[in-house]
Write a protein that binds this ligand. Structure first.
Ligand SMILES: C[S@@+](CC[C@H](N)C(=O)[O-])C[C@H]1O[C@@H](n2cnc3c(N)ncnc32)[C@H](O)[C@@H]1O
Length: 205
């Protein structure tokens, strides 16, 4: 997701160092107990909604686009979500300083599809990233992926088969939002246009 620069974005980020970490710094764990991670959180509707539903769980959201990140930060501050910490930068870079088995759920919501074959290795579910994601999940932890892109979805199913996951749910398409699930900004766009959404849930063995 790319947005035009907003004059307030960088000052807002600079004014809230306790609510976020940039990938020029190592990841430092903020939570005790259960934690979930969303990679590519966009403008933050999902993470804020989840954090409000589960005040007992700590949520981390990673986003590398600065202006998009600032929209999410604004929501976190407006909603006074004390159980959210935002990570500004690239997942690959953050993953280097994150402890293995840190998260019980990792969410990939409408990840960039990188449609050209030569760019497939950049996908968050390409083998390199899936290896990093799998390392960060606890045993028995869930990887939940939603997308509108069928090619990315089928690619993800094939890649997941190379890693130690039990696939417990495949929704092709994912019609009605489950109780407890939260619509993302992209998801709202596609649902309003009656475009299909796909979802897979894997459990790390
Ligand atoms: C298509 S948008 C979807 C945003 C949101 N999850 C939603 O569903 O509305 C994908 C987002 O993931 C971010 N992203 C993609 N790869 C990333 C990476 N390696 N590290 C951090 N953010 C990433 C992009 O900047 C973009 O904002």
């Amino acid at each position: 997701m790319r947005l035009k620069n907003k004059h307030w974005a960088k000052p807002l980020i600079a004014a809230n160092p306790e609510r976020l970490t940039e990938d020029t710094f190592p990841f430092v764990r903020k939570h005790q107990g259960e934690a979930h991670l969303e990679i590519g959180m966009g403008k933050g509707d999902f993470i804020v909604g989840k954090a409000q539903l589960h005040p007992d769980i700590y949520f981390y959201g990673i986003e590398r686009a600065t202006t998009v990140f600032a929209f999410a930060l604004k929501k976190v501050l407006e909603q006074a979500c004390e159980n959210v910490h935002l990570l500004l930068g690239d997942f690959g870079k953050f993953s280097l300083t994150m402890e293995p088995a840190s998260f019980s759920v990792i969410y990939l919501n409408f990840s960039d599809p990188w449609p050209k074959l030569r760019h497939h290795k950049r996908r968050l579910t390409a083998e390199g990233n899936l290896d990093r994601i799998t390392r960060l999940l606890k045993h028995g932890g869930h990887l939940i992926m939603k997308t509108d892109n069928l090619d990315l979805f089928e690619f993800t199913l094939k890649k997941l088969a190379l890693f130690p996951y039990d696939i417990i749910s495949i929704d092709r398409p994912y019609h009605v939002l489950d109780k407890g699930d939260i619509e993302t900004e992209y998801e709202r766009y596609f649902r309003e246009r009656n475009e299909p959404i796909y979802r897979v849930i894997g459990v790390k063995q």
